[in-house]
Design a protein. Sequence first.
Length: 633
Amino acid sequence: MKIQFSALMLAMLSVGLVACNDSNDDNKVVAPPIVEETTPDSIELMKIGHYESGVFGASAAEIPAYDASSQRLFVVNAQKGMVDVLDLKQPSTPQYLQSLDAKKYLANSEVNSVAVHNGIVALAVQAEDKTQAGIVAFFKAQDLSFISQVNVGALPDMLTFSPDGKKVLVANEGEPNEGYAVDPEGSVSIINIQDINKPTVKTANFQAWNSQKQSLIDAGVRIFGPDTNSYADLATKGLQTTSVAQDLEPEYIAISADAKTAWVSLQENNAIAVLDLVKDEFIDIFPMGYKDHGLPENALDASDRDCLVGAMDSHGQSITGCDKDAGMINIKSWPGLYGMYMPDAIAQYQVNGKPYLVTANEGDAREWLKDEDAYFKGNDLTQGYAEEIRVKHLFKKAGFDLKGDYAAHLRHIVPGVTGAKLDSSVFKPCVTTDANEVCAENLIKDTQIGRLTISWTQGFKRDASGQPLLEDGKLVYDKLYAYGGRSFSIVDPTTRQIIWDSGSEFERKIAELFPKQFNSNHETFKFDDRSDNKGPEPEGITLGQIGKKTFAFIGLERASGIMVYDISNPQNAQFVQYFNDRDINQTDITQQGDLGPEGLIFIAAKDSPNGQPLLVVGKEVSGSTAVYQIKLK
């Protein structure tokens, strides 16, 4: 490995060269030599410090941002609705300074995200009524003084500066209200900050795509929210969906190195939108596609109650007895089951001048309810919307009853619907009495995928016009769609295709390295608890270039760990490390360590307070901000 120069050594060398030059020629400036950053064979995360907010389970540490000039961290504290400012001069002991409160600039508001560039701090601020317009407020990192503010769209969330520092982009998610009676349009606000005292705003929306709704759906973009104007006619007209502009919900933004293009993840829609930053308009929307869990490389553990006598437990021992609620590590493929990638965080990097996108495939179901009982049991369409259901509930032999398992919209999806069944040509009937046989009757049991949460909105057969087909009054499902990819992907934005995905490796590495923590939750600890949902649940992602290599750091929200990959070759990313220092021997969950990674940032060695590359992670459950030093190997 090459000799690594510290920031201090470089600074001393620079000063020395300039001083020596002064005696010869006052007008001649000799630049310090360019020292190439070390390219490591590999890296290793080492936790060196953290800051405790003292608030557990209330999202008191979510999104971090860093300003190199002041060596300060800015961390979204959703519990306070503010941004906590931390002094990072000593990375092992971050110190609280004060908080930035946006309520002074928008009454009763909350901060959702923060970004920093060249000493300017930008806050994405949500209105008290999230369906109304929010703001972006700007501050100076050095003295925390207010600079300016602009109005943006509904529910501004993730925001980021363009690489050239001329613009700030904010994803206006436009979520519906609790009863789904109001559904704002999703958009991206493009803020020109070349005059930071008087920034100007353009908004890129999706109204031009409303006329292309069916072609988007046919391509695989999920557009499925209810049309709030169609409730009265739904029972007679069949399935209705809202407009494209209302249904698309921008989640996260990545910007190209030349600042001419942005890519926006549309999580609930399982798609990515392409934003032209020269024209300031969306020019493409492409689907992420679906992950075939019938393939061995895409296997998953799909149940938290899959313990079977004779199977192997997490220690490799044969199971001789099982509690009815017990789970086990049971990673296997399931034909007919597909994963919706549904990316949350998205990042971009370049290899040989070509851009690539990196996505954390978390998954997210829509559920916005004003009155849960009225919606599920009272069959009242006006009380909200919910798309998630367990496999075993969807395919009850008794059909869609009023016991609380069935969404009102599902019962009205088409006139005359009474229930749902599996397509026997895909999900084969059982031929033996073996409880382990993968077949239609066994599939809906807890020990197989009966408890897995899926979306009822797709997977059933349709006629030529797109309306659901019924057999004996029942929807016929030939595919089942689960939430998230339990992975991260690398996407070629030119071809709009996934060129690499981590497959089942997240679950397999956790099973290998931390079997007792397999698919556990972040707020309460129980082995195998999240297998029937989204598994380890990758949510946040950040990239770091060290020398000539690029590394991806992926936060696993539920598993409370961080996956590290070398993605220097986009077609063949390599696992590097899984970091998780959770202490499950502590019976008090608040004492188990840093839980629930939400946002991650990489700090390059040249910008770092200690001259070493760092990773900073906001942990929303434990309310702590963790600092990791990246050891070069």
